[in-house]
Design a protein around this ligand. Structure first.
Ligand code: KG4
Ligand code: ZN
Length: 344
């Protein structure tokens, strides 16, 4: 089955074609970072308008990459939520219309399920069941995954998501949006022993997270160091290093607990923050001690992309699921409300 995947939930327009036999046949991505950078964050209306501009050219591009025409596709998958409603509607209505024109089914995909399944696109995918750490700009969740659509939430952030905390910390030390990769870049040059930032909620049992206190700690540290309202380059790097260490350590402690609690021996990490090299290294160390294995997608498929939507859609379509003609998007959509796919 060949599925066209469309991702437009936030600030990336992603399109891909996934073939259940041959794997990825085409994959194209347009990032709106330049559109939003001057505002320091995503402006929803500008995001929707840019998706309108970029979506069809990207569809043409992936069809060319795959050397096929739309009528040779078997289905269209689009992100139906969670995300920015206007942005979601662009992908959903365009995807639904193309499916109608080509007389093929369409399916609305849950964005976080897309992220969660992205490691399946790699050469050595995990096998169910496993523990998943989802760390994106909008979500931080630990999930027990028994199969596609069989998700039990083990813990989540009570306030900011990990990616959001990276973005806000970046802003505090004068870095551009999106801050995660910038903080990681500066942290590489930082002195990791100069500051020790708190590891929130690790001193009590449970698998929930909270990053807002860490954010305040970062703000206070940076204000204390400012001279004439400015931080030195060294201070910036040292704060980035301390912040990154605190987030990475906190995530690793909770992942270890989740493995111990479930007894599972496989951990997957997904979402934008799973591209973070220090997080990957720290978790590799941890899983080794737990005699478990770590799985993640290539960096391009950690952040938003069309391939993960094409893949997730394909799995559900192959199990006989599809969406009707109405175009329904859900800006908020709990992942544990998803239907399991029937096991063959
Ligand atoms: O999954 P994603 O592309 O979009 C959402 O679904 O939210 O995640 C974006 C988030 C942003 O907050 C970004 O700063 C963060 O992922 N991010 C990173 C890195 N790359 C992206 N955070 C830390 N280190 C990175 N290398
Ligand atoms: Zn995402």
């Amino acid at each position: 089955m060949r599925v066209l995947g469309i991702e437009t939930s936030c600030d990336e327009t992603g399109v891909a074609i996934y073939d259940s036999e041959a794997g990825l046949l085409g994959d194209a991505l347009y990032s709106q970072i330049a559109v939003h950078a001057e505002y320091g964050g995503v402006v929803p209306e500008l995001a929707s308008r840019d998706h309108v501009r970029k979506l069809l050219p990207l569809v043409k591009e992936v069809l060319q990459q795959a050397n096929m025409t739309g009528s040779e596709l078997d289905a269209v998958a689009y992100t139906a939520g969670p995300g920015l409603i206007g942005a979601l509607m662009v992908g959903a209505s365009t995807g639904r219309a193309m499916a109608l024109a080509w007389d093929i089914p369409a399916i609305g995909v849950h964005h976080m399920e897309g992220h969660l399944l992205a490691p399946m696109l790699e050469e050595h995918p995990p096998a169910f069941p496993f523990v998943a750490l989802l760390v994106s700009g909008g979500h931080t969740q630990l999930v027990q995954v028994d199969g596609i659509g069989e998700y039990t939430l083990l813990g989540e952030s009570l306030d900011d998501a990990a990616g959001e905390a990276f973005d806000k910390a970046a802003k505090m030390i004068g870095l551009h949006y999106p801050g995660g990769p910038e903080v990681a870049r500066l942290a590489e040059q930082g002195d990791h022993s100069r500051f020790r930032f708190p590891r929130p909620m690790t001193d009590r049992p449970g698998l929930d997270f909270s990053f807002s206190g860490l954010k305040t700690f970062t703000l206070n540290t940076s204000n204390d160091l400012k001279v004439d309202g400015e931080l030195s380059d060294k201070d910036r790097c040292d704060i980035a290093a301390a912040f990154e260490d605190a987030v990475v350590d906190t995530l690793a402690i909770k992942c270890r607990r989740a493995l111990q609690q479930t007894g599972f021996k496989q951990l997957i990490i997904a979402g934008g923050v799973s591209a973070n090299q220090r997080l990957r290294d720290r978790l590799e160390e941890m899983v080794k001690k737990e005699r478990a294995s770590l799985f993640y997608a290539r960096p391009r498929f950690c952040t938003d992309n069309g391939a993960m939507i094409a893949y997730a859609g394909c799995q559900r379509l192959m199990a006989g699921q599809s969406s009707d003609l109405s175009i329904q998007c859900q800006p908020r959509w709990p992942m544990d409300s998803l239907e399991p796919i029937a096991k063959g």
